[in-house]
Design a protein around this ligand. Structure first.
Ligand code: ZN
Length: 462
């Protein structure tokens, strides 16, 4: 608690200072110094990293071997620096999930959380109270943008609560809503609570927008923040027009608080918390944008050190380096496209070789086809095959919409010299159980082939 009381305000102020002062060489030196400290600590206290780095020059940290979630989970007990076993962590976390009481800690001050595991395997993460304070102070600074007025109310919808949210009160009031809460129940609670800031996954925010359009939800938040799922452009537009306020996002995962939208509407990486190396994904696909996959090193976390960690996400970066009106020079992310696992593959018509199609290309293939498409899901269960599930506007003729989506898919594949061996267009969306992360483009082929890539290249190896 002491750590929370002192460290949270410290990190709130530090985050403000960092935004204004860290850039160029100063930022490079700052990150380099913090990484070296973390590496020295991990080499002493994490048997996994010690073994992994045996015989390596630790000063040359940019070239140390990479790790990923599978490695972290496989070596859980030696990866963390407290010797906490996977069994111990899961037993505390699962108990908390079942009882929906998120107060227990594993050991004195270590909190455990579970990630829902978009790539199939569940992850457990460990944070100490000092790390929680660093996280919370920075999140508050970057998400609220300024010191809020007393009594400012934040409502957030997440799959699970964590005792850390309950402890970051003070002048801001927080209320956690379980994602499992039936929507009408959530609506009446929100109407009474009247949040100034509404935070949740876009799929949930869209359900609330629907309730607002029907006149059931009457809140007037000043801003919305999307978390946990990819925020697609059409959803952002829909939310902004329904609520009449800006929609920002927090790009965060169990591996850290990676980026947040500033008051000028740009998604800046928190370069004072993480340093990111970018791996260019294959060029020459002809699809627009330069895509990268991040390898992250967390500058603060010592309980479960995250060093040269492959995240498996696909990002496009903003190449405009003029300073942002918000005052931050931290790198801006143009789009978080999705998971590397969700890259789809189709055969080249002349060579038969598989070529990759990024989630964003699949997305545009469907959305640009017909304006009567209101929602969709695209599932690739084997290379060359695609099932497109469509929801369409009320009175529309499905056969007509189906024909235009089919035409668009064939055209776009053809533009890159590829074709589909099986292309199926289905009416209605697949059911997503509450609490499960929504992804509109899913490659089951990519997921099952995590160790044996369907396609050559880094991204599909994850
Ligand atoms: Zn900015």
């Amino acid at each position: 608690m002491l750590a929370m009381n002192l460290l949270l305000p410290y990190h709130f102020l530090r985050a403000g200072w960092a935004t204004r002062h860290l850039h160029g060489d100063t930022l490079q030196d700052y990150q380099d110094r913090k990484v070296r400290e973390i590496i020295r600590y991990a080499a002493l206290h994490s048997p996994f990293y010690r073994e992994l780095w045996k015989g390596r020059d630790l000063d040359d940290w940019r070239n140390l071997p990479t790790v990923d979630k599978a490695a972290m989970m496989a070596h859980f007990g030696t990866f963390n620096t407290r010797g906490i076993t996977k069994e111990e962590a899961f037993s505390v976390a699962l108990h908390a999930e079942r009882s929906r009481d998120f107060a227990p800690t594993v050991r004195r001050d270590v909190t455990v959380g579970l990630s829902s595991g978009t790539s199939g395997h569940r992850g457990a993460f460990l944070v100490s109270s000092a790390e929680t304070a660093a996280w919370a102070g920075t999140v508050l600074r970057r998400v609220l943008h300024r010191l809020p007025r007393p009594g400012y109310r934040v409502a957030f919808f997440l799959r699970s609560n964590s005792n850390l949210y309950e402890r970051i009160g003070g002048r801001v009031r927080f209320r956690w809503f379980d994602l499992m809460t039936p929507i009408l129940e959530a609506v009446s609670a929100l109407n009474i609570y009247a949040p100034d800031l509404l935070v949740g996954p876009p799929s949930l925010l869209l359900s609330l927008a629907e309730m607002a359009k029907r006149g059931l939800l009457t809140i007037r938040p000043e801003r919305l923040v999307s978390v946990a799922e990819t925020l697609e452009d059409q959803d952002k537009t829909e939310l902004e027009s329904t609520f009449g306020v800006p929609v920002g996002q927090v790009y965060q995962c169990t591996e850290g608080f990676l980026a947040a939208t500033c008051r000028a509407g740009r998604l800046h990486i928190n370069e004072d918390l993480v340093t990111i190396q970018y791996e260019k994904l294959d060029e020459g696909t002809g699809q627009p944008g330069q895509r990268v996959s991040p390898i992250i090193t967390d500058l603060w976390r010592r309980t479960q050190p995250i060093i040269r960690y492959r995240l498996g996400d696909i990002l496009t970066l903003e190449d405009d380096t003029t300073p942002c009106p918000c005052g931050s020079r931290f790198q801006v992310i143009r789009a978080v496209e999705g998971r590397c696992d969700d890259v789809c593959a189709f055969p080249d018509a002349s060579t038969g070789e598989l070529r990759r199609f990024y989630p964003d290309t699949i997305r545009r293939m469907i959305l640009l086809a017909d304006e009567r498409v209101t929602d969709y899901a695209a599932v690739q269960d084997a290379p060359g095959s695609l099932s497109i599930h469509l929801a369409i506007a009320g009175e529309s003729d499905f056969a007509v919409v189906r024909a235009s989506v089919l035409q668009s898919a064939t055209d776009i594949l053809g533009r890159y010299g590829c074709y589909a061996e099986r292309l199926e267009i289905v009416a209605g969306l697949p059911h997503i159980p509450p609490g499960v992360k929504r992804r509109r483009v899913i490659s089951l082929a990519g997921r099952s082939a995590q160790r044996q890539p369907v396609l050559p290249g880094r991204c599909s190896i994850k």
